[in-house]
Design a protein. Sequence first.
Length: 360
Amino acid sequence: MKSPNLTLSILIILSITFISKPSHQVSHSPQTFPVNARLQKAYQALQAWKHAITSDPNNFTANWCGPNVCSYTGVYCAQALDDPHITTVAGVDLNHANIAGSLPEELGLLVDIAVVHINSNKFCGTIPSSFRGLYLLYELDISNNQFSGPFPSSVLCLPSLKYLDIRYNNFEGRIPPALFDLKLDALFLNNNKFQCSLPQNIGNSSVSVIVLANNDFKGGFPSSLAKMKDTLNEVILTNSGLEGCLPSNIGCLDKLTVFDVSNNKLDGSLPESMGGMKSLEQLNVANNGFSGQIPASVCSLHKLESFNSSNNYFCGQPEMCVRLKETDDRRNCIPYRPLQRSAKECAAFHSHNNLANCGA
Ligand SMILES: *[C@@H]1O[C@H](CO)[C@@H](O)[C@H](O)[C@H]1NC(C)=O
Ligand SMILES: *[C@@H]1O[C@H](CO)[C@@H](O)[C@H](O)[C@H]1NC(C)=O
Ligand SMILES: *[C@@H]1O[C@H](CO)[C@@H](O)[C@H](O)[C@H]1NC(C)=O
């Protein structure tokens, strides 16, 4: 129902637009409107977008009329990169506008656009396939909307893309491995409905920040993450359905400041090698099935400020772990610490898992 109506209305709007444009230029813009082909295309794109908007409670697009697109709220013009004499649309920022609607194919006409920020709206549907032509698009933030369907594959074709934020939407299905071969700086996929195991090539990614939390991933911790040692600063994998052990090669991530794998089904012990994570400030392994002794190498990391180990089955930790700025070791099996699991619960776990290194 929805999409045919929408297409039809866009077609009608476009024909009206074409007919009325010359008179607009004369009547609404007596000031010298620089007639250049790119701004005319931008006009076509933005009018199509305006008509794909079903609700704009804060009137962001109320002044999206007439050919002077550079004066539209949220539309930013600049000199074209390939020709400084041409003014063109370089960015759109409609963050927090609470707009409902969709993104029309015509947005592909914004060929010089570098920045698209439309977070915190109610856009639905997906990213049009015409986006693959936006060869200068550098930052794309569509977070906190109602986009749905499979991963928007048009973003995989954007050669300039550095920052991709699609968190807090309803995307589902698998994440294409090609995403991790892009030369991105930051990637936010959290709070969607992705359901897959993480692609093996995740470590090919060049990002400094990656947040995959709150999806329904399955399978083991991605061991190729260690390949990102030269760039990776933050990794947040909370509530991502991960199981199995942490690979010891993560210890080589020495630029990492935040490592959060809380709320998964990870088990085994924390690798001794984590003492190599020299930049680590925040470590969160809470709510997993970890056990054994917490290595001294971890708690003696010089920059470590906060360590949450709660809700696991650790059976011992060096004294220095308790002296960190912020620490939470509740609900483990550490005999001399307060608020631990019952002796019975710990004994059951330990006999079941046949653990050797718990001579506390
Ligand atoms: C938007 O415009 C409508 C109609 O002009 C007006 O009634 C409404 O108060 C405006 N909303 C805001 C938030 O300015
Ligand atoms: C990405 O990773 C895969 C699998 O680990 C590898 O075969 C491929 O060559 C890598 N691609 C690049 C561009 O590094
Ligand atoms: C540690 O993690 C648990 C489980 O997610 C959480 O309830 C608790 O508030 C955290 N502790 C601190 C100090 O943040």
